[in-house]
Design a protein around this ligand. Structure first.
Ligand code: NIG
Ligand code: FE
Length: 420
């Protein structure tokens, strides 16, 4: 008998979501590798074996045993695109949108992202941390064990660095593990209005080097992201920023094709970005490019839903082209304040026409690849970190089908029970 720390046994289904060293690309998406009557063995925070309960119970002597009692095990959800940490809210803008104003109109009139920028600039570091801790606690309760976060509500040096420091503190103070993104090109701030190229120069000469210095000091690799959108940053400006960022050691992401298809996705593939996110108005040529490159396509169905729009990421076309598709929440105070990846899965099934199995793999394994962590998290394969959910249901297909209630009963992060 081998000694281990934890054995979770008697699960009706263990959804392994095998990657075999890569994301599930194209039509392969949705391979859950289900083990019925299954168990997972954990030692020192890592998965050591997955198999039938009877076999693992015979092979392993565990310090702690959890009886899943006919429930379902899945990998912890990975949310590869959020806009935490922010401060304040924009319920007033939601009301304006209900009255007919569009998101981009509100932004052009000085509200939108700029409104949150003003709140974040005024908040202290402590306030920013305190305001975002409960958000992370809710994400965790709904099954998110790893998440990406970004700056982009500072848009000047001190406030962008304050957001990075807030993320760092948040990562140290609760269990959700984080990937960090630097997004000083999220909007052209009011003080640079009408001078987008000059702001791009400022990003390149002042903000990126400040972000690079922060990255060295903390010993983590930051992603650099740009909101490539009509009326925000065009493809040439995005290219300048990301090329400089890559030279400074950042890994790359792009907000592309949310409202108009400018070519941001093709650029992301060309520059070897880890992900291209949103992808609602993505032109056919850019969808083909996704099938040729390594860049993960991240669909954010909460965003059109939150904005009450009709068009969603064309998942079927992306998969037919051989692209690798992930799902994320985009959780932010402007377009979609939703902390639950279960809700994202429900929306992905309905509006991106994904099956529950495809949506689950997109929200775990492929989502992990979208933040460059696919070798460590996102599946229940031996060797990976033991980030495991026990769902209070005997069948994974309840995910997506049901929504609005939390199906997560227990959350295990690095082999430790963090939500019960
Ligand atoms: O991804 N599109 C740009 N950024 C966010 C919205 C941020 C905000 O409105 O505060 C998004 O939807
Ligand atoms: Fe976003």
């Amino acid at each position: 008998m081998q000694e281990i720390d934890l054995l979770i046994h008697s699960a009706s289904q263990v959804c392994v979501v095998p990657g075999y060293d890569g994301p599930q690309r194209g039509e392969r998406l949705g391979d859950l590798g289900i083990v019925e009557d299954g168990a997972v063995a954990v030692k020192e925070g890592r998965i050591v074996a997955v198999g039938k309960s009877v076999e693992l119970r015979a092979d392993y002597e565990a310090e702690t045993m959890i009886d899943a009692n006919g429930r379902t095990l899945t990998p912890g959800f990975v949310d590869p695109h959020t806009h935490l940490p922010w401060y304040g809210d924009r319920a007033n803008e939601f009301e304006m949108r209900l009255g007919g104003a569009s998101y981009m109109e509100i932004m052009a009139a000085g509200g939108g992202i700029m409104s949150t920028v003003r709140s974040v600039r005024q908040a202290s570091l402590d306030e920013l941390v305190a305001d975002n801790l409960p958000r992370l606690a809710r994400m965790l309760r709904y099954g998110t064990t790893s998440a990406e976060m970004k700056t982009g509500y500072g848009l000047e040096k001190a406030a962008e660095l304050k957001q990075l420091d807030a993320m760092w503190q948040l990562s140290q103070r609760q269990p959700v593990e984080m990937a960090f993104t630097f997004l000083p090109a999220h909007a052209v701030p009011a003080e640079w209005h009408g001078r987008t190229d000059a702001y791009v120069n400022y990003v390149i000469t002042e903000l990126l080097p400040a972000g690079a210095e922060w990255m060295q000091k903390h010993g983590v690799t930051l992603f650099c992201d740009v909101f490539c959108e009509a009326g925000v940053f065009d493809v040439a400006q995005t290219r300048r920023i990301l090329t400089r960022a890559a030279a400074l050691g950042f890994r790359l992401k792009v907000h592309a094709d949310e409202f108009e298809g400018l070519g941001g996705t093709k650029l992301a593939v060309e520059l070897g970005a880890v992900s291209a996110d949103h992808l609602v108005k993505t032109p056919d040529a850019d969808i083909s490019a996704l099938g040729q490159g390594e860049t993960i396509a991240v669909g954010l169905p909460g965003t059109p839903f939150g904005l009450a729009e009709r068009e969603y990421t064309p998942a079927k076309a992306i998969l037919a082209a051989g692209g690798a598709l992930a799902l994320a929440s985009d959780c932010n105070p402007g377009t979609t304040w939703n902390e639950s990846m279960q809700m994202v899965i429900a929306l992905g099934c309905r509006y991106m026409e994904l099956t529950q199995a495809q949506a689950l793999a997109a929200a775990t394994l492929n989502a992990a690849y979208a933040i460059g962590c696919g070798a460590e998290i996102g599946s229940l394969e031996p060797g990976k970190q033991a980030d495991i959910l026990i769902l209070d249901t005997a069948d994974y297909r309840q995910l997506g089908y049901r929504y609005g209630t939390n199906l997560v009963q227990t959350v295990i992060k690095k082999g430790q029970v963090v939500v019960e």
